[in-house]
Design a protein around this ligand. Structure first.
Ligand code: F3S
Length: 404
């Protein structure tokens, strides 16, 4: 491959992997059993990203391992109804054609594990998208580094990834002990916990001792996404809940933590307050499903919305994958949500959509990741709180600041 026998795009892909391997001192390449590619959204790819993928696609070579795709910038089926600008849709569609010519799986989600892309514990993979990486490493026990768009494409074209970082057992040991002594009621609490800890630990491997709760899969999804947003965490452990941390000994691989953090209720509340613009105010957009919602989360939203109506000035999006959305539709969950005036939006999210161009100005969410990026990228005013608060806010047309 490196000698060009498989054509210039594969040679380029192999050069990228070898260069990365050299930088990190990898002794060799290993097989990657699956790849997840982010940076597909036109918002993150831009024209330069579109050109890069064209170069890779030009030879007609296909991806050689199962390769899923991250969230894109549009709902590919309902973009017109949801008000996505047609020029943006055209640019996004052009990028998708290149990826599809290489036979990417059109999962278009940051939660590919809810769409059948489920590596097992110990499996070596090459995933990009920080929220998906941290989930795969921590909750599934699979092994991946924080791949970028070019390195993930390179692994998909070659089936290889360099052996370094989180592929090696010793590098997966916990380094910082986090004792959380709070009552966790909702995924937004885990999102706030992750946001707080991520900003303190950078790229360390935090080990959580959660005293008063047993986190669900969705809670761990929120925790990981936030850790990777305010910090660069790619792996965490929760003692008694994640596969490499059945006890302290295994979580730290017998080593002593280099640091210890204690967190109480007040720290969690402060994160949510600091990210929120104000205590109360009118909103025009509510987003739930960052990372993309599971079927359980769709059901929770449907329960809160049943028999209610979303305020006419509010566009409420529950973002999810098309796969989960389809099952939700068959189960009648999507209809309950949409009858109330909210929309189950597939393939995309507010962060990847052209939110400013679509007229959103003040947003409520239960995700610290969505809050951070929407305020930074699109200058939206944000409110952050629990799922119940978000649904109530969509119904009232304003954020009240307290849970009713
Ligand atoms: Fe996923 Fe978009 Fe959030 S890609 S993690 S829903 S910012």
């Amino acid at each position: 491959m490196l000698d060009g026998e498989y054509g210039p795009p594969v040679e380029k892909a192999m050069r990228i992997l070898v260069a990365i391997g050299d930088v990190y001192g990898a002794p060799r390449l290993i097989d990657a059993s699956s790849v997840h590619i982010s940076g597909i959204s036109y918002r993150s790819a831009g024209e330069s990203g579109a050109r890069l993928v064209d170069t890779f696609a030009s030879s007609g070579r296909r991806f050689v391992v199962p390769t899923s795709s991250n969230t894109i910038g549009i709902d590919s089926a309902r973009w017109a109804e949801l008000g996505f600008p047609s020029e943006f849709v055209q640019s996004q569609t052009r990028i998708l054609r290149s990826y599809e010519s290489m036979k990417i799986a059109p999962t278009y989600t940051c939660t590919p594990y809810y769409s059948g892309c489920l590596p097992r514990s110990g499996e070596h993979i090459a995933w990009s998208e920080s929220a998906a990486i941290v989930f795969a490493n921590s909750v599934l026990g699979a092994r991946t580094n924080r791949e970028s768009n070019p390195t993930a494409i390179s692994s998909a074209l070659t089936g290889k990834t360099p052996l370094y970082g989180y592929h090696i057992t010793e590098n997966r040991a916990g380094t910082v002990l986090v004792e959380a002594r709070c009552d966790f009621n909702d995924s937004s609490d885990y999102s706030a916990l992750g946001y707080y800890v991520g900003s303190r630990v950078g790229s360390e491997v935090p080990v959580f001792l959660i005293k008063k709760a047993q986190p669900s899969t969705d809670n761990l999804k929120s925790l990981g996404a936030a850790l990777a947003t305010s910090g660069e965490v790619a792996l965490f452990h929760v003692i008694g809940a994640t596969p490499e941390a059945m006890n302290d000994e295994s979580a730290f691989q017998g080593q002593k933590p280099v640091d210890r953090i204690r967190i109480d209720e007040a720290d969690i509340r402060k994160v949510l307050q600091d990210l929120s613009k104000d205590e109360a105010g009118a909103v025009d957009h509510v987003i739930v499903g960052c990372p993309h919602a599971s079927l359980t989360e769709l059901k929770q939203v449907a329960t809160f919305l049943e028999g209610k109506n979303v305020h006419p000035q509010v566009k409420m999006w529950i973002c999810t994958s098309r796969a989960v959305g389809c099952i939700g539709e068959r189960a009648g969950i999507v209809q309950t949500i949409e009858n109330a005036g909210a929309r189950v939006v597939a393939d995309t999210c507010t962060v990847n959509a052209p939110a400013g161009e679509m007229g959103f100005k003040v947003m409520a969410t239960n995700s610290t990741k969505a809050a951070k990026y929407c305020s930074e990228i699109d200058d939206l005013t944000v409110f952050v709180g629990s799922l119940k608060q978000c649904v109530q806010c969509a119904i009232d047309g304003e954020w009240s600041g307290s849970e009713q």
